[in-house]
Ligand binder design. Sequence first.
Ligand code: ATP
Ligand code: MG
Length: 385
Amino acid sequence: MSRNESPGILYPPASIAVIGGGQLGRMFLQAAQRMGFRAGVLSATDDAPGAQVADWSVVSPPDHLPGLRRLSEQAEAITVEFENVSAPALRWLAKRRLVRPGWRTVWVSQNRIREKSFLKEHQIPHAPWRAVLTAGDLDEAIKALGLPLILKTASSGYDGKGQIRLERAEDASSAWSSLGNVPCVAEQWVSFHAEVSVVVARGFDGSAVTYPVALNRHERHILDSTVMPAPVGPIVSMNAQSLSLAVAQALGTVGVLTVEFFLTEAGELLVNEMAPRPHNSGHLTIEAAVSSQFEQQVRALAGLPLGQSDLTRPAAMVNLLGDLWADGEPRWDAAMRSDPGVKLHLYGKRTPAAGRKMGHMTVLDPDPEIALARALAARRVLTAR
Ligand code: ATP
Ligand code: MG
C-alpha cells in the first residue's frame, strides 16, 4: 500500500482508476502512468479508448454492482470521466475508497435543473430559464422567456444532443415530444458574441488554480476549435476565472471542473454549463501548459499538490470528427509534412462516424490566432485529394 501517513494522500505506484473508457479517461490514464501510478479503468467494452491503454480494466456498465465491487478491490482512489455516473454508485464507492469529485458534485452537474438551480442559489450569472415538467410549464416558459428559446433535456445531453431550438409557440408541443416529453429546461436564447470556458483544478485542501480562458467555436453544436488564451481582454478573463473558482468552491469539488460561458455582445458573462472533469477545451494544455488538465486530475485525485497551470505558449486545438473519414483514411503524413509543429492525438476508436470525436490536433504559436490558422490549415490538408 502506497498510501502516505496523511489520510487522503496517495503516492505512486498506488492504483488509481477512472470510471469511463472514452478519450477523457484515456488521457487521464496516460497522465497517471507518466507519474508512476498503476492506472485502471471501468469501461463498458475492453476495446474502448481508455481500456486500450490502462494497466488494468474492469469491463462493466458504470453502475453495475459487481463491476463497482471489482473496481473498489483494485483501485485506492477513483475519479470519473463523465458526469452521467449514478450518484448512488459513487456513494457506494465512497464508503470504500477515495472518490473525487464527490457524488454530490456529480449529481448537481448531471441534471440541468439541479445545475441551474445551483447557479441561481449561488447568484452565479446565467441565462433566464424554467424547468419544464408539464406542457403547461412550457407554455409558461414561453411567456416568461420569450422566443426563440432552447429546450434541453434535463439529463444525458452532450454535444448538442437532446436540444431543440423553439421559434414559434405553436411548435411547442411537437418540440417537447421530439425530446420524448422528458423533464427539460427551457432556456432563453442568448445571442452571444463568443463562447469561452475555464478549466479549474481544486485540491482536497481547498487550494485551486485556473487555466487561462479558452475561446471555443462550435459547429453543429459540437466543439470545433479552441484557442488559449482567449482574446477577450483582462477584465473578462479575470471575471471568467473568478466566477469559475466561485463555482468550484461552492460545489466543494475535488478534481478538475470546467465552466462554459456565453460572452454576450454587452461583455457580460453567463454560465452555460459546468462539467466536473477535464474538458475538450482543455486538451491543448497537454502540450501548452506546465501541467495538463489530466495531470491536475491525477494530482487532485491522489491528494498531491496541484501543478502550475501557466501556459508555456499560446495554443489552438481543432477536433477531428469522424466526418474526416468520409472519403477514406485522412492523410496524416501530408498534414504532418505541411506543418511539423502539429501535434496529433488519436483516441484509438475503430469506427469513424459523423460527429464522433476521433482525435484532435494542437499547434503552439506565440500568436494564438496564428496557432488556430495553422491547426485549421493542417486539418484541411487531411482531406485534400
Ligand atoms: P457539450 O456537452 O458538448 O458542451 P451540451 O450538449 O451539453 O454540449 P450545451 O453546452 O448546453 O450542450 O449546448 C451546446 C451548444 O449549443 C452551446 O455550446 C451553444 O453553442 C449552443 N447553445 C446552447 N444553449 C444556448 C442558448 N441558450 N442560446 C444560444 N445558443 C445556445
Ligand atoms: Mg456545452
